[in-house]
Design a protein around this ligand. Sequence first.
Ligand code: AMP
Ligand code: GLY
Length: 418
Amino acid sequence: MKVLVIGGGAREHALCRSLSLDPDVTELHCAPGNAGIAEVARLHPVDILDGAAVADLAAGLAADLVVVGPEAPLVAGVADAVRDRGIPVFGPSAEAAVLEGSKAFAKDVMAAAGVPTARSYVCATPEEIDEALDAFGAPYVVKDDGLAAGKGVVVTGDVDAARAHALGCDQVVIEEFLDGPEVSLFAITDGETVVPLQPAQDFKRAHDADEGPNTGGMGAYSPLPWADPRLVEEVLETVLQPTVDELRRRGTPFSGLLYAGLAITSRGVRVIEFNARFGDPETQVVLARLKTPLAGVLLAAATGDLAAQPPLRWSDGAAVTVVVASHNYPDTPRTGDPISGLDEVAEADAPTAYVLHAGTRRDPDSGQVVSAGGRVLSVTATGPDLSTARDRAYRAVSRISLPGSHHRTDIAAKAASG
Ligand code: AMP
Ligand code: GLY
């Protein structure tokens, strides 16, 4: 099978790594990729928001499957453009990806499907904003309705900061604060059959002890030893399947990866958000534990054949990933800094710990790998238990140097110590 992956972050590196280990994959391509993905896939420069260009590339490569990683091309209709050429694509249509692209739309789908989520108001005027902030009280949760690369949500006790963020959005969702630990649960679906993956926990704040600004995610681990063993089954029944059924009922079936961001509150599970693609960095740990070869599962989702697939097989062990971010991430990350220590990790720590590249590129003059984004790389490790996986991840992180970089030191610490 020839597979083309669209995107160039650590999530796509994790996808490419798993696909490269799948014996059914004979050719692996990625566009645009990054310096790490270049080691397992052939890279192609393409504007990933240009559906016609991506479809041309896929047709030219005679790809059997295209996997779209990030949300922006999905919302822009890139999966539709590929599917229209008769090429199987893993990723929802633009219409279904609105589930991620508009928080107001997601709330509407959840209301119709009876999916538990925070009570909320969609506001467009200053009066509506003040009414909603008053109605819920502190802490305030204010969400830009549109895509904002993980930076559209402000959770604050300060009403002025909440109001200022709300006034800066065209349309805003203001909602009830949900207390309790967060869980990310992904499901692969063909629009009808829903196959949940293993749950993971992400660390959204920039600094240790959940201090600092929200980010795209600073680390993750799986499994969750503290979670109810029935959690996956419960979320499948109360969240994932009803949402997929509702979108099909509306004539906009969702196929691809449905990401449920959940809060485990004292009153039960509540959806914080949906995404229409694999999460980053959770994918790094979830795929590290998946034993079933990936390509066949993604192709089955793309071709409406998931019901015929055998159950997924998982490792009983654990995985931890730690994101190394550039100087000043998430504000105005500095790029162009040299990264060293990558070869040392490959020599000393593989295969139980490895580097997945995110914002990296190889400088054509020096041949050196340099930073090219906010989240630069994601060091992933596996082990028989969380504490071993965690030790391995941090040992590998300690070999890497990137001037000005920062990473959290407490990823999976609480879960590993019970
Ligand atoms: P989102 O982009 O919707 O996932 O929000 C980013 C982060 O903001 C989430 O991971 C939570 O940590 C936090 N958040 C979002 N909605 C709520 C809520 N209703 N209550 C508490 N925290 C929230
Ligand atoms: N890790 C959060 C996200 O992918 O949206």
